[in-house]
Design a protein around this ligand. Sequence first.
Ligand code: ARG
Length: 466
Amino acid sequence: MTDASEQTANQMWGGRFASGPDAIMEAINASIGFDRRLARQDIEGSRAHAAMLAATGILSDSDVAAIREGLLTVLSEIEAGSFEFSTALEDIHMNVEARLKALIGEPAGRLHTARSRNDQVATDFRLWVREQCDAAVSGLQALQRALLAQAAAGADWVMPGFTHLQTAQPVTWGHHMMAYVEMLGRDAGRFADARARMNECPLGAAALAGTSFPIDRHMTAAALGFDRPMANSLDAVSDRDFALEFLAAASICAMHLSRLAEELVIWSSAQFRFVVLSDRFSTGSSIMPQKKNPDAAELIRAKIGRVVGANVALLTVMKGLPLAYSKDMQEDKEQVFDAADTLMLALAAMTGMVSDMNANRPALEAAAASGFSTATDLADWLVRALGLPFREAHHVTGSLVAMAEAHGCDLPDLSLEQMQSVHAGITAEVFGVLGVYNSVSSRTSFGGTAPDQVRARIADWADRLA
Ligand code: ARG
């Protein structure tokens, strides 16, 4: 990139300026350091704009042919890495146009007819964020497939279900995996909703008021894959709500990833041993030879900070801005770029970790049976078999738990006599409900943890993801 501050006035807008900008002015003003990521979208938008200028007779066919061809050359130079970006030319829009001028001469100066950088950048950025919505949905589906495979492999494996991270009731491994499949499905829905709402084209709003040239905004909107042109030119150049919706969806998604990451950190510890993470997604310690650390999970747990930070930063940039465009809005891009990069990386890393991890069935099963996890099943049995009111059943069960705790055993290890000393009506039938497999297979309500329910949900999702 050339950094030299031009001594002469800016060639794009410097008509009324006697001198070039101060070096510090150039440094704070330039966005080419980051908005070069919009190059492809910028050129796509310009080619659509040029085609429309020819179709409406605003420019000659020969000028537009030269412009459209020249823009492809610029794109190939950028993609090949041979393009010389210039800070003096501020941003991607002027860098591309200046290069076009060098390549094709005079017709390049006609491209900006009936257009402003304000509608240009709004269009470029919408195209970019729209692609990221699609990428997020694909990334989410890949992770859902990995979770689905885990769920299918262990649809009927038992593990402790927790509330307050205390053993609550036994659940199935498949059920736990499928909980995340549901969450990620809603995340994908949020990105799809945001995409549908943002799919209107700002191009042709010009600086803020529209244009006196007989442009066809429907034509450019269709050429760029938008559903329609935006209906108000002031709104078109001045809102970034589409980027904020993307960041909001990304924040919620990053929160879900962070929760799953936290579970993997806990589960892979020596105290839990619920899962073994693959070497490919773990790291070692330079001092403790035995260590295998879940760094990828820890980093995913933390990455949400950047995503939510971007969301807050852009909301803060936009807050209180009068209509229409203000240069403040140039601060939109870096936040969204970083959040999108962060989210895609976190999704890819989580997908790798989940695909590779091995659930430790014996450890899950042993843990499922500990912590009096079937106490609710016992209370329910007292209600069903003996007709006790649930509150009384709850109390009787509590006494049995206390007795087992005092004897250092689990509920199924108590003898019938011990149980009858708490409630005389208890029969040997009770032992049938104290096992963890019995417990999970009894939870057959829709959405419950019974293996048949879990398999049905897996089948639903396998169809939806096919
Ligand atoms: N680089 C600018 C941005 O990102 C492009 C729009 C500039 N428009 C203007 N009127 N100065 O917002």
